[in-house]
Design a protein around this ligand. Structure first.
Ligand code: EPZ
Length: 421
């Protein structure tokens, strides 16, 4: 298994180009199942999760070919060969469950493996299932699979989410595009990735209004057609590199990053003593003079501070002056990075959903173990500021969501390399 070796202590300086958003790309690719005509997606990131989604779609019968230009694919679901999403692929990537809504809407049936728990929490899919039942589907659980049927098609309905779910909003948004009549999604998630999906679906002929708000109205249509769509830049990659600049005390220009998508991050970093400004082609980030200041924050659905940047901001706060209280409200087990950061000298105490971080003057390099995607990258950030050598093991987690991370960071002066086994 590959590892990443980092020799810390170098302030980063230079430009990093932000790639297409993984969490926008995955639902957009699943949306190709809704139409018999090709969906061309541009600015797709070159990531393990994107390849897994392509593999899943191909076994459903989607033809996928390069569409000219980097990161451009044409996905054509002229004929659906199978409505089953097998355990082996769903287990590998939970976002596979996003084929459920499109398959049942297009074919009237779907059989999708239940994903099971993962490193950051139990992550049930009850909201996806309850929403499909509201749209008239019958759903049974059989042998570890969700078996959904809508023999006479789905019917529009009002769905009030009891809590905010990105994936359930995406699945039901896609399903409702082909349902008869009007669907209203109330208390919908409003992450930029959902807005991106809604815009793409409208380009395919869907009739969605309320885009960007927590109330989406979808007027069902008989069929969707082909379209061409460019994936938004990855706000979590953007936020991660914002923290890399802040942590190392350098200055980074994040080419293509969208400041409007990371406003909560900008506010948190501003309070910690980091300058974040809009540049002509992206965002510029640098630390003000002196040490970072500790800050308190809580993760929340968008537009709040993203859970996908909680581990990274915690790595930053380990070397801030004073204490920080970081509260995770989205996932119940997303502090797996804490014991690893502690191995590098961080002073962190976890009480339930909150972590009290008491800043230390410096971290020390150490061998550490990645447990999930965002935990892994927080260890890379910690390695960039630590004195001495850090080796991050189980790098395959990083490869799921960060494109060419060693190349991007080393181009800005970081001493980082991949050790291949
Ligand atoms: C998406 O996951 C992202 N994944 C996650 O990114 C991200 O952390 C999460 O949204 C929150 O922002 C993709 O977009 C592919 P949720 P998702 O449904 O859709 C509970 C990363 O690192 N819940 O919004 O699975 C759930 O357990 C990943 O890139 C239910 O209880 O997240 C969680 O506590 C990790 N029942 C909360 O809601 C349900 O049916 C929010 O989950 C669905 C969710």
């Amino acid at each position: 298994m590959d590892r990443i070796l980092i020799r810390g202590g170098v302030p980063l300086s230079g430009t990093i180009t932000i790639g297409g958003a993984k969490n926008a790309a995955l639902p957009l690719m699943a949306a190709s199942l809704l139409s018999g005509e090709p969906l061309t997606l541009r600015n797709l990131p070159d990531l393990a999760d994107v390849r897994t989604m392509a593999q899943l779609l191909m076994q459903h019968g989607v033809a996928i070919e390069a569409a000219g230009g980097q990161g451009a694919l044409a996905l054509s679901a002229r004929r659906i060969a199978s409505t089953t999403a097998p355990y082996d692929l769903v287990r590998k990537m939970r976002a596979s469950v996003l084929v459920l809504g499109p398959l049942i809407a297009r074919c009237g049936r779907a059989r999708v493996s239940l994903p099971g728990g993962c490193a950051i929490g139990t992550r049930p899919v009850d909201l996806h299932i309850a929403g499909l039942q509201r749209l008239g589907a019958t759903v049974e659980l059989n042998g570890g699979y969700i078996e959904a049927h809508a023999r006479n098609g789905l019917k529009g309905a009002e769905i009030v989410f009891p809590s905010v779910s990105v994936g359930a909003t995406e699945n039901l948004l896609m399903a409702a595009t082909l349902a008869a009549g009007e669907t209203r999604l109330i208390n919908a998630a409003r992450e930029p990735e959902i807005t991106d999906l809604a815009h793409c679906l409208n380009a395919m002929g869907a009739e969605i209004s309320g885009i960007g708000s927590d109330r989406l109205t979808i007027r069902g249509v008989a069929a969707l057609h082909g379209a061409s769509h460019s994936v938004i830049p990855d706000r979590i990659e953007t936020g991660t590199y914002m923290m890399a600049a802040a942590a190392t005390g350098g200055e980074l220009r994040l080419h293509g990053g969208r400041l409007d998508h990371v406003d909560a991050v900008r506010r948190a970093l501003d309070a910690a003593g980091v300058c974040v400004s809009e540049a002509a082609d992206g965002i510029t980030v640098s630390r003000r003079n002196g040490r970072l200041a500790g800050i308190d924050l809580m993760t929340e659905p968008y537009p709040g501070f993203p859970t996908d940047l909680q581990a990274q901001v915690m790595a930053l706060m380990t070397v801030a002056e004073g204490a920080s209280m970081i509260t995770e409200t989205i996932f119940e087990n997303r502090f797996m990075h804490v014991p690893e950061l502690a191995r590098m000298g961080a002073n962190i105490t976890v009480h339930g959903a909150s972590a009290l971080v008491r800043g230390v003057p410096r971290l020390m390099g150490a061998p550490v173990m990645a447990t999930d995607l965002r935990a892994s990258v927080s260890l890379v950030l910690a390695g960039l500021v630590a004195v001495g050598e850090t080796v991050v093991n189980r790098v395959y987690h990083l490869d799921r969501g960060y494109e060419r991370i060693e190349a991007k960071l080393s181009a800005c002066g970081a001493r980082i390399e991949r050790l291949r086994d």
